[in-house]
Design a protein around this ligand. Structure first.
Ligand code: NAD
Ligand code: AKB
Length: 316
């Protein structure tokens, strides 16, 4: 069987996809790559790891050849808040990084998974039950790169036959690796602060609804999509997937059910609030359910209980 390679493997999503793929296939068969190597040292040390910039196509091609890679999970990117701060850098990494991966995949016959995001939608997109196929005119640099990336992946599929697949992830909540510069980061930080200080100052308004997903569902979604029967896929880049939609006030209420003294207040960041205002309140994910059997397992209550359980053990 061919190997699997992950770019951005030490980040929030990569570290968890890496752990699951190595559990399923063995550490030697899952090659991790990232531009940094000082975090998640367990992953760096337990199997093949290469530190390089994903835009270095020569190095990537050599590694793909050496390890007989059949599938690339391409996760190296700048997220929405960082991208808005450094838009030119975001364009360069998010699109030239993707183009580099697609070119190597085309030359070596590898399949490519690339996450898109709720950020691929914009203020003119229907905000409630956002359809799979709809207007996409995002106003953030992150969103611009995500829409362009979706189109580029479809192009490589139709033009060159590369097996490209992707998901429009909502905000991801996880306990292992902290999030890396997104608008939905509050939904993770709130659990750490609830346990450590009993209070949280939120940078989004309390009534801002956004789609979210707990990491075990996000990992399962990516792997299921890459294992799906291609003849059933009418869409490819990228499928809406969601598990829950809530606002900070509601999340605080669920935390209070476990930690009654918990308090939240607000100090709104206009940049991240503007990004959140341009994203859907909640998406429909019917195409993913029909075409490859997507079904989430964690709602807000289950996510909150599990996050508080895992983090309270870790922070002891
Ligand atoms: P992250 O910031 O946690 O991880 C990204 C990783 O990419 C980091 O480990 C970083 O070191 C690495 N990286 C950065 N620049 C690089 C370069 N030049 N070369 C190689 N590696 C580089 O991000 P994440 O949350 O894990 O996101 C992964 C993907 O999922 C991204 O495409 C992101 O847009 C998408 N996504 C994430 C979320 C979320 O809530 N986390 C939601 C929707 C979509
Ligand atoms: C971000 O907020 O940038 C990410 C995302 C939803 O794409 N979490």
């Amino acid at each position: 069987m061919k190997g699997i390679l992950i770019t951005g493997a030490l980040g929030q999503l990569g570290s968890e996809i890496a752990t699951e793929l190595r559990r399923q296939h063995g550490s030697d068969r899952v090659v991790l790559t990232d531009v940094r190597d000082h975090i998640n040292r367990d992953l760096v040390e337990e199997g093949p790891f290469y530190k390089f910039d994903v835009r270095d196509g020569k190095t990537l091609a050599e590694i793909v050849e050496k390890h007989r890679i059949g599938t690339i999970y391409h996760l190296a990117a700048l997220l929405s808040a960082t991208a808005e701060d450094r838009p030119q850098e975001a364009w360069d990494l998010n699109l030239n990084g993707l183009l580099t991966v697609l070119e190597v995949a085309r030359e070596r016959g590898a399949a490519v998974f690339t996450p898109s995001s709720i950020g691929a939608f914009g203020p003119t997109t229907p905000r409630d039950w956002t359809p799979q196929d709809t207007l996409q005119r995002p106003t953030s640099m992150y969103g611009v790169t995500k829409v362009a990336g979706e189109l580029l992946c479809d192009y490589y599929h139709f033009k060159y036959g590369v097996d490209t697949r992707g998901l429009r992830y909502p905000g991801l909540i996880s306990s292992k690796t902290p999030p890396g510069g997104g608008t939905t980061d509050y939904a993770v930080d709130i659990y750490y602060q609830a346990l450590q200080t009993g209070r949280y100052r939120c940078f989004l308004k309390g009534d801002t609804y956004l789609d979210m997903m707990y990491m075990p569902d996000a990992v399962r979604a990516a792997i299921s999509l890459m294992e799906a029967d291609p003849s059933r896929l009418r869409h490819r880049n990228a499928f809406n997937v969601t598990a829950m939609s809530f606002c900070p006030e509601e999340q605080a209420a669920y935390i209070r059910a476990c930690l009654p003294q918990f308090e939240i207040d607000y100090d709104v960041d206009p940049v991240r609030q503007a990004i959140a205002n341009s994203w859907p309140n909640n998406m429909e994910d019917y195409a993913a359910r029909v075409e490859w059997g997507w079904k989430p397992e964690y709602d807000l209550e289950a996510t909150t209980r599990d996050m508080l359980r895992v983090l309270s053990q870790r922070l002891e």
